[in-house]
Each structure stands twice: as C-alpha cells, then as structure tokens.
Design a protein around this ligand. Structure first.
Ligand code: AVJ
Length: 320
C-alpha cells in the first residue's frame, strides 16, 4: 500500500514555489539567460514528456526499457533480495515495474518533485505490487534527502534511469552521485541509465521531433512561469532550438526570441534582443568509459553494464 507522502517543498503564503521563483529570477538576470530543466515538469510538462518518450525520434526510453526487460533478472541476482529500491526522479515510474517484478524488494521509495504525478504513479504501482510498501517522497533529489525511518537498516538499490544524470554538468553529476552514495549507505547498489554519444543527426532529431512535441515541452516552461510567477512573457515570440555542443558532448535546448521583447516576471522587468536565448536544458551524452569514470570519481565501483546492439544507450550497475 501507499504510505502518506512526505513533502519537502517550500511554498509562500500564496502557494508560490519559492525555489522556482528564485531560479527563474536569478536565471533571467544572467548574461546567458537560463532556467534549470527540472522546472519543465509541472503537470502539463510531465504529460508532454510522457508523449516525447513515445516519439519515433526519441530512442532513449524505448531502448532503456528493452534493456531493463532483458537484464532486470541479472540485476536482481547481482544485488540480492529484500532491498529497498529508491528511485530518483521517478516521474510516471513506467520502467519501475520491470525492475520490481524481479527484485522481491522490501520497500519502494519514489522521490519526485512533481507531487501530483508522484501520488498517481505511487497508487498505480501499489496496485500492481499489493505486498510492497510504497513510500513516496515529494522532494528535489538534488538536495540530500533523508530516507524514511521505515527503510533504515535495509540494504538499498538506488535506481536512476532515463539519463536524468545527463541534465547535469559533470561536476554537478558527480556531486549528486556522491550524495546518493551517502544517502544509500555502504551496502548499497546503484542502477543508472546513461545516454551514449552517437550520430549528431540522430541526437538532434531526438530533441527536435517532426511533430513538435519537444518544442511544446520547451515552451510550456514559459507558460508555467506566466501562470505561477505572474509573468507576461509573449510565448509566441520564442522558438524552440536544439543544438549540439561539441565541447561538452551535450544537446542544449534553448528558447530563442524571434524579435526584441520586454516582459515581467513577479514584477521584475526583463528585456531580450532578437536572437537572444534562454538556455533551458542540457542533455549530456557519454561514452561507456566516461560513464564508468564518473561513477568511480563519485565513490561507486561499476560492476556490470548493458547496452543495445545499436550502442544507443547504457545501463550501469555500481556498488558502494
Ligand atoms: C528526462 C532529462 C532524460 O534529456 O533526454 C527529452 C528530457 N528533454 N526531450 C533528456 C528531455 C527533451 C530528457 N531527460
């Protein structure tokens, strides 16, 4: 069954997410304007992302799902039974049953910043696994999360699928992996999904699909700012841009102003010149060697890895 969810998000008297406002205001004051990608995921954004995962151009979800189907039993054999599975950024948790179905887990702790989505997916998962305690935590997993007392003492398997790690620059990724190791403890394992460096045309297409779903996902951030932070952003004056940054091996998403504009957010004036962008997402890609080095630099010992025949995507298992 689903336990009462644990909520760790700060709001002001009017229900404004203070971290969201702080990130947007400081991000729009930078020379290169930027908003952290985690703010994409309001309800509409989470739904648009689910649609992205089914697009023909967006190979990561489908590939990782196939890898988990094929190798979850091996993961379970390497990790052992009776673990607490802690999922970071669980979203809709569609991949989770593939793992939990093989794990004979003692508890499942999904952590996500999108509370609505978290509650819905926790209920669905609890229905699928009636004997499994599900303990949802509404929190930003980038901050250290205290695990609930009910799982203290259990050996943990951290689950960080979807190449979410790719949203972070390497030093932040390493900070997070280190903090996960501290949270999960000395007897823990981590199963992580990483997107691989590949043909740039294929990469760009995955972030600029023909149907325009990714463009809507990107622009939804502006709609969210207007709604939640009293913004007057002219959403139609922005176009979606996906580009490859070869210095950092990453896809960048930007919102580019197609004309000179002026608007307000929470009473703060902002101006942008035509061609100026708001940087909204990084999606770093790694070689298997780089991925293993990043784990090692964070105190994890890689112990197994699996990839698809096309070398598109990689899942790695590491031990503390
Ligand atoms: C959820 C961060 C893994 O980077 O591929 C998909 C998000 N952005 N299309 C990714 C995303 C645009 C996705 N991650």
């Amino acid at each position: 069954g689903v336990h009462a969810d644990i909520k760790l998000v700060d709001q002001d008297d009017e229900g404004v997410d203070l971290a969201f406002r702080a990130d947007v205001l400081s991000g729009l004051a930078q020379r290169q304007k930027a908003v952290p990608a985690r703010w994409f995921y309001d309800r509409v954004g989470s739904e648009l992302f689910e649609r992205i995962t089914t697009l023909p151009e967006y190979y990561p979800t489908r590939t990782e799902t196939a890898l988990l189907k094929a190798h979850a039993a091996e993961v379970a054999a390497l990790v052992g039974r009776g673990r607490a599975v802690v999922e970071f950024g669980s979203g809709s948790s569609v991949k989770t049953p593939l793992l939990l179905g093989r794990m004979d887990a003692a508890a499942y702790v999904p952590i996500d910043i999108s509370g609505d989505f978290l509650r819905q997916s926790s209920a669905e998962l609890a229905a699928k696994f009636p004997d499994l305690p599900v303990i949802p935590i509404e929190a930003d997993f980038m901050k250290p999360v205290a695990l609930p007392a009910s799982v203290a003492g259990l050996a943990m398997l951290g689950f960080f699928p979807g190449s979410t790690i790719g949203n972070m620059v390497p030093r932040t990724a390493i900070d997070l992996l280190r903090s996960m190791r501290a949270t999960l403890g000395d007897r823990s394992h981590l199963l992580i999904g990483v997107d691989r460096i590949k043909d740039i045309g294929r990469l760009i297409a995955a972030y600029d699909d023909a149907e325009g779903v990714t463009a809507r996902f990107n622009r939804n951030l502006l709609i969210r700012i207007n709604r939640e932070l009293d913004g007057t952003i002219p959403v139609d004056s922005f176009r979606h841009v996906a580009r490859w940054n070869a210095d950092w091996n990453r896809i960048e998403m930007h919102l580019e102003a197609i004309e000179d504009i002026a608007f307000e957010v929470s009473g703060h004036p902002v101006t942008m010149r035509r061609g100026e962008t708001i940087h909204t997402e990084n999606s770093h890609k790694y070689t298997p060697d780089q991925a293993r080095l990043m784990l090692q630099a964070s105190g994890w010992s890689p112990c197994a890895q699996w990839s698809d025949p096309e070398d598109s995507f990689l899942i790695l298992l590491a031990e503390a």
